[in-house]
Design a protein around this ligand. Sequence first.
Ligand SMILES: Nc1nc2c(ncn2[C@@H]2O[C@H](COP(=O)(O)OP(=O)(O)OP(=O)(O)O)[C@@H](O)[C@H]2O)c(=O)[nH]1
Ligand SMILES: [Mg+2]
Length: 219
Amino acid sequence: MTIRVPIVENILNANDHLAEQNRGRIDSAGVFSINIMASPGAGKTSLIEQTLPRLKDKLRVAVVDGDIATSIDADRAANAGAQAAIQVNTGGDCHLDAVMLRGALEQLDLTQFDLLIVENVGNLVCPASFKLGTHKSILIASIPEGDDKPYKYPGMYRGVDALVINKIDLLPYVPFKMDYFKHGVEVLNPGVLTFPLSAKTGEGMDAWVDWLIGQVKAM
Ligand SMILES: Nc1nc2c(ncn2[C@@H]2O[C@H](COP(=O)(O)OP(=O)(O)OP(=O)(O)O)[C@@H](O)[C@H]2O)c(=O)[nH]1
Ligand SMILES: [Mg+2]
């Protein structure tokens, strides 16, 4: 006789439970929080680097950076002006989970911050399955990745609250059919809030930053 044990389901349920606890902790400190997800190199840290100086003297920001091995991204966030930057090394895991975020939150006095930015591990599959307890999930797509990504990675596009389309400065140089891309997104996530921008030139950053500030004020 074969007995099937629903291990994956149990792991995800346990994660959801811990994510709710994280949310309680974040809410009780009155902090607005986002989970930024994207493929490797899409521009997660670059977006954070462009965002932080624009929030200077307006919001107190903590950044939690998930990475498989290094502290490069947390160092970049600290250099860009984050009031706190914590690196979480996943030791090989392709995503952050709620336990890892809890460990990072324990190192922060959340009452000292207005905004918590979590940079997830670069991956277009795994992070979608693991809730962290943050308020909004943000996906960054970038032009050089290609316009077919919503079709190939639907799970990631389906569940997010906002979509950043990064590296628009490369549109003249890279084949990318925006209509085809947006159609794929629309099918999976109708009407999702979208921010086309360049974390290199700064084009489009104002709309993104205004939205973040509005979310914090609404907390
Ligand atoms: N041309 C252009 N390059 C960009 C833009 N944003 C980021 N880059 C470049 O893309 C590369 C990757 O950027 P990162 O910000 O490190 O990407 P990431 O998503 O944080 O990468 P991982 O953390 O390794 O997954 C770097 O060489 C950036 O300079 C952009 O808007 N335009
Ligand atoms: Mg990064």
